[in-house]
Design a protein around this ligand. Structure first.
Ligand code: PLP
Length: 348
């Protein structure tokens, strides 16, 4: 059983705290003053470390959150009269308050459906070829989420097929990597294999959901797209004057390998939960558990009871659908308690 003070938070991987490796580097960066606006040694080292890790001489920027990372990256990838193709469940479509449209001065998102939260080459082509006249916002970017909003993964083959379609129609490829680390470890792939090697032009890599207090990295593999990007970040209020306190914890994740072990742990916890729920009568799996989230359908009374017991979780996926997300510090004790409560809440 959990002590009463333990919060029953399984809504997202952003309810977790700062992981020790990130905190250690934060404290280290605080021992000595340094230059502002990213001219410090930490920012330099973290950017260099990203280039090593991706085995690519990419342009690296840091911003506060994922909405800013996605919005600003997408704004840099097209013009105001262009459109961005994304899945109908994409965070940029459903959860960014029009940020991508706002920062691109009007670029429109065109949505496609697709099983398991994933775009398909056919779905992309259908949106591109639907119209070609002057009255339709010209498709210019495809945005993929890896892992997806429903906790599934694009395989390398799927990514390559999308890249081939993107080439056919001269589209750029953006990746929302809010859970990119989870995708890398789940697929047993290197960061390079899931990005520039399959033609991703820009990646928004979340540190927040991996174990930082805050901070996302934007990596441009297509370096031309990064032209003047620093000014775009500044204008958007995303240039941290004490940038080192975002960069140093990032360096902590990268140098220690915690980016990987945190994701491995979160994925393993999601697997533990999914396995535990698999043969519980009254619980129906909604999507395969491939990364660190578990989606199940529960009867309404069970959802109400769980909420009454203090569990926080989202039900955005439609009637009866509950999402449980695991993080770097999720424990089996928490999940055992959750499963016991789910079992009890199912009793009519
Ligand atoms: C959490 C998340 C983001 C970033 O959200 P912020 O709250 O703006 O940091 C972006 N994309 C996906 C898929 C997410 O889950």
């Amino acid at each position: 059983m959990l002590p009463d003070c333990t919060p029953r938070f399984v809504a997202s991987d952003n309810t977790s705290g700062i992981c020790p490796e990130a905190l250690e580097y934060l404290l280290e960066a605080n021992r000595c003053d340094d230059l502002a606006y990213g001219n410090d040694i930490w920012t330099d080292k973290a950017a260099e470390r990203f280039r090593e890790m991706f085995d690519f001489d990419c342009e690296v920027f840091f911003v506060f959150n994922g909405t800013a990372a996605n919005s600003l990256a997408l704004a840099a990838m097209g013009r105001s009269y262009h459109s961005v193709i994304c899945h109908e469940l994409a965070h940029i479509e459903t959860d960014e308050c029009g940020g991508p449209e706002f920062f691109s001065n009007g670029a429109k998102l065109l949505t496609s459906s697709g099983a398991e939260g994933k775009l398909t080459p056919e779905g992309i082509e259908a949106l591109v070829t639907r119209r070609s006249d002057i009255h339709y916002p010209k498709p210019r970017v495809v945005s993929l989420t890896q892992a997806t909003e429903v906790g599934t993964l694009y395989s390398r083959e799927e990514l390559l097929a999308i890249r081939t379609m993107a080439d056919k129609h001269d589209l750029r490829l953006h990746m929302d990597g809010a859970r990119f680390a989870n995708a890398c470890v789940a697929l047993g792939a290197t960061p390079a294999e899931l990005t520039w090697q399959v033609g991703v032009d820009a990646l928004c890599f979340s540190g927040t959901k991996n174990g930082l207090a805050m901070g996302e990295a934007i990596l441009f593999f297509n370096r031309d797209l990064a032209e003047d990007f620093a000014w775009r970040c500044k204008q958007a209020g995303q240039l941290a004057s004490k940038m080192r306190f975002i960069a140093a914890p990032w360096l902590g994740l990268l140098e220690s390998g915690a980016w990987r072990t945190n994701a491995e742990h979160a994925n393993a916890m999601a697997r533990y939960l999914a396995d535990g729920l698999a043969d519980m009568p009254g619980v129906e799996s909604m999507f395969p558990t491939q990364a660190n989230s578990v989606f199940v359908r529960l009867p309404p009374h069970a959802i109400d009871r769980l909420r009454g017991l203090g569990w926080t979780f989202y039900t955005f996926i439609g009637a009866g659908g509950a999402r449980f997300v695991c993080a770097w510090n999720t424990t089996t004790e928490l999940l055992d308690t959750l499963m016991a409560d789910i079992r009890e809440s199912l009793v009519a």
